[in-house]
Design a protein around this ligand. Structure first.
Ligand SMILES: [Zn+2]
Length: 434
């Protein structure tokens, strides 16, 4: 059976926890909800399974208790270096995370080790297509790559076509984006008669969605470039591809590794709570150990991934990790254009108008662009003529994303889907990677 002591520095985590148990109200509340204590966690690695999780709701409640950073931040503003938010929609609440300057420098150095393993260095000119906003991903990317001496071209505010022109003009060697955005760049390049394999881009670095092996192969062939991946959370957990990339020479999925001295991440079976073995799937439980200002232990990410034990990757590293391209949300949320969408939240908005009998949402790729089509079955007697517009606006306010709303009052095509064997049809379908 997998043991935490085989792949993580649980003793370091226990030391941090013991310090915080004496002074940090958030950690004290966590220990109060647990069937273990700091002393047991220092002597028994198996006791870590008994330390209660930190959930997103715990962090949101903590922020309400003491805005803006929560009781978990025991440092004063002058001692903090950078503040980031999680990428969720405002309506669901955003986690706020803070870090000191020495810890931020340490984080950037930790990123640097992984970026070097991917072959990034001063010779690289990088097309950064992610926005640099309040979420951690954008700003940390810029800072970490710049610290390595790489040239970071911040292209997020340009049109897709203008990004391609900038990539050609500067001769960028690396492009960073979501898998969909890499597809979009490819599609717009095709329209413009640009052969992306003739650009100087030889590395594509992606995150935020699971992808098929076929997608990796096709994308690498189209760009004549190798794909790498990272996985990270706003709270500071981070894992990167090694030199093997997303797909190794044998055509097998690569590994995203983390440094076990800086992170004590557990991959546990969601049902049994047991640590999973190499190659098995489980939920990522993150203990980043990167922020003294905001010490967090056992964050339940609601992300599921395939565990790779130390030494199992073809690179031979003793760092543990997760399999490339296989992270999936467990809570039913979808990530569209990098934004988390909660179907239950959208559903409440849709039914709040009172004219809707049923609906379907199809998330798809249109010309390489992520789009959401919302089909509504409306109640004909009461439907206002601008229902599609009204609802589209309301959803945009709530989620920050646009929906293509199509209203029908003809229930003929819907009835056979909503009756019979499948009592509850799947209202949300993700067709992006088909
Ligand atoms: Zn590796």
């Amino acid at each position: 059976m997998a043991k935490i002591s085989d792949f993580g520095n649980w003793k370091r985590a226990a030391e941090l926890l013991a310090t915080e148990a004496a002074r940090n109200p958030f950690v004290q509340r966590q220990i109060e909800r647990s069937s273990t204590n700091a002393a047991e966690l220092s002597s028994d690695p198996d006791a870590w399974a008994k330390l209660a999780f930190v959930m997103k709701d715990d962090m949101m409640e903590d922020q309400r208790l003491k805005p803006p950073f929560g009781t978990r931040c025991t440092f004063d503003v002058p001692d903090l270096s950078i503040i980031v938010e999680s990428s969720g929609t405002t309506a669901m609440g955003k986690e706020v995370h803070c870090i000191t300057k020495p810890d931020y420098d340490k984080t950037m150095a930790t990123w640097g080790v992984s970026l070097k393993q991917m072959g990034i260095g001063p010779k690289d000119i990088i097309a950064m297509t992610l926005p640099v906003g309040m979420s951690g991903g954008g700003v940390k990317h810029v800072d970490a790559y710049v610290a390595l001496g790489a040239k970071m071209m911040r292209l997020a505010n340009l049109s897709t076509r203008a990004k391609l022109d900038a990539m050609a003009y500067y001769g960028t060697t690396v492009a960073i984006g979501t898998p969909f955005y890499i597809d979009r760049l490819g599609a717009i390049a095709d329209e413009a008669g640009i052969d992306v394999s003739k650009l100087k881009v030889r590395k594509l670095i992606v995150a935020t969605q699971s992808v098929t092996v076929d997608w990796i192969k096709a994308t690498e062939a189209k760009w004549n470039a190798k794909l790498y991946e990272w996985y990270g959370t706003a709270s500071g957990m981070i894992a990167f591809s090694c030199g093997q990339g997303m797909l190794n020479d044998k055509g097998e999925r690569g590994t995203l590794h983390w440094d076990p001295d800086f992170e004590l991440n557990e991959i546990r079976n969601e049902e049994t709570g047991e640590l999973v073995e190499d190659g098995q799937r489980g939920e990522v439980i993150a203990t980043p150990m990167v922020s003294e200002a905001e010490p967090l232990f056992r964050i339940r990410t609601r992300d599921e991934a395939t565990f790779r034990a130390p030494g199992k990757c073809a690179c031979g590293s003793h760092w543990p990790g997760i399999e490339a391209g296989t992270v999936r949300r467990l809570d039913g949320t979808f990530k569209v254009k990098g934004v988390n969408i909660w179907p239950s939240h959208c559903e409440a908005v849709i039914f709040s108008l009172g004219f809707v009998r049923d609906y379907r949402v199809r998330i798809h790729a249109k010309g390489g662009r992520e789009a959401m089509q919302l089909d509504l079955l409306a109640d004909g007697a009461k439907t206002p003529p601008d229902l599609a517009h009204q609802l589209g606006e309301k959803l945009r306010q709530q989620t920050g994303l646009g929906f293509d709303v199509v209203v029908t009052e003809d229930s003929a095509g819907w009835l056979h889907e909503t009756t019979g064997e499948i009592a509850k049809p799947r209202r949300w379908v993700d067709e992006r990677m088909k």
